[in-house]
Design a protein around this ligand. Sequence first.
Ligand code: ZN
Length: 313
Amino acid sequence: MSLLEIRAAGIWCAAGDFYLDPWAPVDRAIITHAHSDRARPGSRAYLTVREGERLLRAQVGPDAAIQTVEYAEVLSLGAARVSLHPAGHLPGSAQVRIEHGGEVWVFSGDYQLAPDATCTPFEPVRCHTFVTEATFALPVFHWPEAAETIAAIEAWWRANQEAGRLSVLYAEAPGPAQRVLAALDRCIGPIGAHPGIEQFNRIYRGQGIELGRLADHPTLLIAPPGTARAANASTAMVSGWMRIRGTRRRRALDRGFVLSGHADWPALLRAIDETGAATVWATHRHGAALARWLEENGRRAAALETRFGEGEA
Ligand SMILES: [Zn+2]
């Protein structure tokens, strides 16, 4: 029995009559997290984890009807029992567990298993069918430890500072930008944030997430990708895509640092294993590669055409 199906507006659950991260307005949307490819304005009612409500409101508008739940709180929606569980991707990011007629499905949203001080850590959820993201589902995507990447950013910043150069670090927000802000050592020098980053910092701080001091005259500036370059600055970017050399060259960056809010290849396989799922549906651009690998290794798997993963880091 299939608990989920793809319709024009997105992934729909018949038993509960709701959509998961729909890409068009619907009556009831369950939102895994507040990135723009997942949380779109115009739906009549939204359901999300309380920890993610403010970020969601920033995406879907101040007047949107948003109902919140705690992690693991069980709701009855139609004939389905639904609960949301930590995904480790953003504050309030969730995997959606759906139970109906003895079947359990989990819809992962985006997730990562590595530690991130700005959000609740990922928790595996057992299920029969797991719908997983597959943003970085190729063996080449293998992340170094986050602490190692942070140390490399700090060394680059320190060297620029000694040479009298500004360091500009491009990072997506919300997410990697705030994760880096929370982790960098303020003893090295003053850090600043571009307004496009600061608008999300305010939301994080407003719910008690510590991001560290910011300065008006920084030697390291965190900025959204694509913002204008300053003169006499060294530029770098944090993203999983920095694992591929060509990406850095195309963007004409001096440095690339590998850090992502998404699971890398080994973490994807571990997460899938820990669900115990016999069947896996893979979304995103590398979904087909992941589905093929899973089929060759004893699982039923399929790739899904979705609109998730546009422009994410
Ligand atoms: Zn995301």
